[in-house]
Ligand binder design. Structure first.
Ligand code: TRP
Length: 349
């Protein structure tokens, strides 16, 4: 059995088009996607089929897909060396997802904590698609025989399931076809909190836009949000608030969540350790620090925002990028689904 691609290192990751991206998504995910391009062949997918597991307004979904694509491009994902596309344009995802529905066990899905969280109290009313969401995710990854998957901590369980599905498929059919994927868990910087409440994660679903820096924000918006960000009356601490691993202690994060958050953002933007940053900031007032943070955030984020605005004004160009990416994605995924059909005994006459 050929196992094309499994000897090279191939990345697959996906982002749902369920709203715009913010600084937390950038520092926790998209910037890593950009960095990984130098070491891996990368496939980055806007997962619109996943998005519709909960209701999406059909008049908005296409634009949301374009917005994520614009964010990828503006952040520096190169659509020539990497593949950028939206999931629904490549039929192999849904087709392999069905085969995997017949491999995965109900008992496995019943253990998925994200379904329990998303379905909430009224589980009976959740879509079947939401229940099967992690099976489609496994199909996304394995349709490309990807070897490495960069995701946040919250997706670990879904990647375990992907490994279980790959293993059961290989075992059931007596093949060595699907690779065992390696998660690349994107750690520390993922914990970017709200600018209005340092104890809540920065989120697209929070009502106040002042709580987050959106990827499409311009320089004025970024500066204004940092100026108005919540602080506390004390001066900034030094490296004594770090534990042995160089992370902010839970005690400090609890006592001064806003200080912890803004310092984390400052370090992440500068790709600096918290240790270096706090040695520099110790004893400074918030007003001095906010000036430094604004400069750093505007320098790094405003060009991305401006480029996103420019791209969003040219949806035809974005669609061309997605069309080209989908063609190249099909070039990898179609032979894989064909081989899967052969392995399973589905007749291709
Ligand atoms: N479930 C992922 C998330 O919510 C998105 C996703 C879908 C994904 N398919 C994927 C991530 C495949 C990695 C690989 O963040």
């Amino acid at each position: 059995m050929t196992d094309q691609g499994a000897t090279t290192k191939r990345i697959f990751s996906g982002v749902q088009p369920t709203g715009g991206l913010h600084l937390g998504n950038y520092l926790g995910a998209v910037r890593n996607f950009v960095d990984l391009q130098s070491d891996y062949e990368c496939v980055y997918c806007v997962v619109d089929l996943h998005a519709i597991t909960v209701w999406q307004d059909p008049t908005k979904l296409a634009d949301q897909t374009r917005e994520i694509t614009a964010a990828f491009l503006a952040a520096g994902i190169d659509p020539k060396s990497s593949i950028i596309f939206n999931q629904s344009q490549v039929r192999a995802h849904a087709e392999l997802g069905w085969v995997f529905n017949c491999v995965a066990r109900v008992g496995w899905l019943n253990r998925m904590t994200q379904f329990k969280d998303k379905a909430g109290k009224n589980r009976e009313a959740a879509s079947v698609g939401l229940y099967g969401y992690p099976v489609l995710q496994a199909a996304d990854i394995l349709a490309y025989l990807a070897t490495h998957v960069p995701v946040g901590e919250d997706q670990k369980q879904h990647l375990e399931l992907t490994r279980d599905i790959a293993g059961k498929f290989n075992n059931d059919f007596g093949v060595d076809f699907f690779p065992m994927i390696e998660p690349l868990i994107m750690g520390a910087a993922a914990r970017i909190m709200s600018l209005r409440d340092g104890s809540k994660k920065m989120s697209k679903s929070e009502a106040s836009d002042m709580s987050r820096i959106n990827l499409h924000d311009d320089a004025d918006a970024i500066a204004n949000k940092i100026r108005r960000a919540k602080t506390d009356p004390q001066a900034l601490p030094g490296a004594e608030v770090l534990d042995a691993d160089g992370a902010i202690t839970d005690a400090f994060a609890k006592e001064r969540p806003e200080a912890a958050n803004l310092v984390t953002i400052y370090a992440a933007l500068g790709r600096q350790s918290l240790h270096d940053v706090l040695n520099d900031l110790a004893g400074k007032s918030f007003s001095d620090f906010k000036g430094m943070l604004t400069e750093r955030a505007v320098d790094q984020m405003a060009p991305i925002g401006a480029e996103m605005q420019r791209l969003m004004n040219d949806p035809g160009h974005i669609d061309t990028v997605l069309k080209d990416g989908a063609e190249r994605a099909r070039g990898i995924a179609d032979p894989v689904i064909n081989q899967v059909y052969d392995i399973v005994g589905l007749l291709r006459a």
